[in-house]
Design a protein around this ligand. Structure first.
Ligand SMILES: [Zn+2]
Length: 370
């Protein structure tokens, strides 16, 4: 007996509009009544998806630029399917590459207008394809989150003791000559915050969009690579670094650059991350406001803010995604206290990273390049 068949349509629409996309996907697959309802009431299916992603309650829905990414993927898929079926495109011609600007993180105080809602003529098959994709991305987001956080928790962190003055020298950085630090045990604050999850999701959606555009859009060539492509759209900054950080992880998972996209869509993960983290780590109003201020710059997150122009050694730890509340618990100081910050952050460096630093310090032009 499927209880959803007993409900009037508006009640069912209301219930479904208050889920998230992966939950709508599970319910669509688990309940024949829900499946029939969505496929028979085609307009309602698109309204429900729009309502879910546009939900403006705190920690619900998607951030504005993530909504744009989702709608753009639907648009690109619709075009691809109409190319295949030789049915003329019903959508007015849209400058897809111009619309990519809308996927740039934006200030919540000054949002850009909604690009457009999902077209009611979007085939149900494409809406189902979106639900599967969002379920897959939920798994990947959490697989990434849990594996990098466990790395962060294993770092042997030390803090530089507070004293009135440290003399900053630009001499050779030799780990053996550093002052003794105060050991700190990193604290796990639990599930991602909503903002951290949104940043991870946005990065994954940008990777998907690149590969989908490359299939059919003749302005994206087969020589383009993901990071280079998004650098031309966004210029360098937090979002491009987040994409590069995810690619670093995906390369490892897929064992090679060439297989990244097929692994992203359907590769086997070691665990099922569909059901972990039933709620977000919550932030106080003050932490929330601070995170929104960080968003207004190109730096995206507290983690990213600290890493200005110094990225790659820290990629395995995913710090560019983390909010201040997590950075504090992990014992990673802010950029405003630069020598305290670098003292602690240097515990993330490997032997090879130290070699590289020594090599660069031997190069007199290196200081100027920074
Ligand atoms: Zn999780």
């Amino acid at each position: 007996m499927d209880p959803f068949g007993q409900l009037p349509w508006f009640a069912l629409q209301n219930i479904l509009s208050n889920l998230d996309l992966p939950s709508l996907h599970s319910l669509h697959n688990a309940s024949p009544e829900v499946m029939v309802f969505l496929h028979r009431n085609h307009n309602l299916f698109t309204y429900i998806i729009d309502a879910i992603i546009e939900n403006t309650a705190r920690e619900r829905g998607l951030m504005l630029h993530v909504q744009h990414a989702v709608r753009l993927i639907i648009f690109v898929w619709t075009r691809q399917s109409s190319h295949k079926s030789a049915v003329p495109v019903q959508e007015p011609d849209t400058d897809i590459l111009g619309s990519l600007q809308l996927i740039r993180e934006q200030s919540p105080y000054n949002p850009s207008p909604i690009w457009k809602t999902i077209s009611p003529s979007t085939p149900s098959a494409i809406l189902c394809q979106l639900l599967s994709l969002m379920t897959r991305l939920r798994c990947l987001t959490h697989a990434y989150f849990h594996s990098t956080i466990s790395k962060c928790l294993q770092i042997h962190v030390e803090h530089l003791p507070k004293k009135t003055k440290y003399i900053l020298t630009r001499g050779i950085v030799d780990p053996s000559q550093r002052p003794p630090g105060i050991p700190y045990t990193p604290v796990d604050i639990g599930p991602p915050t909503w903002l951290e999850e949104q940043r991870l999701l946005a990065g994954l959606l940008c990777i998907v969009l690149f590969y989908e555009l490359r299939k059919t859009n003749n302005q994206v060539s087969s020589d383009d690579n993901v990071e280079g492509f998004w650098t031309t759209v966004f210029e360098r900054g937090g979002q491009v670094e987040q994409i590069a950080t995810l690619l670093h992880w995906l390369d490892g998972q897929a064992s090679g650059h060439a297989k990244v996209y097929s692994w992203l869509l359907s590769g086997k993960g070691s665990e099922d991350y569909n059901r972990c983290c039933q709620r977000y780590t919550s932030m106080t109003d003050k932490q929330w406001v601070q995170a929104e201020i960080d968003l207004c710059s190109w730096r995206s997150s507290r983690g990213m803010q600290s890493l200005w122009r110094c990225y790659s050694p820290f990629r395995p730890y995913g710090v560019v995604f983390w909010d201040g509340i997590r950075m504090d618990a992990l014992g990673l100081p802010e950029a405003q206290y630069s020598h305290y910050m670098w003292f602690t952050w240097s515990f993330m460096l490997t032997e090879e990273d130290w070699e590289e630093i020594r090599r660069r310090q031997g190069d007199p032009s290196f200081d100027r390049r920074r």
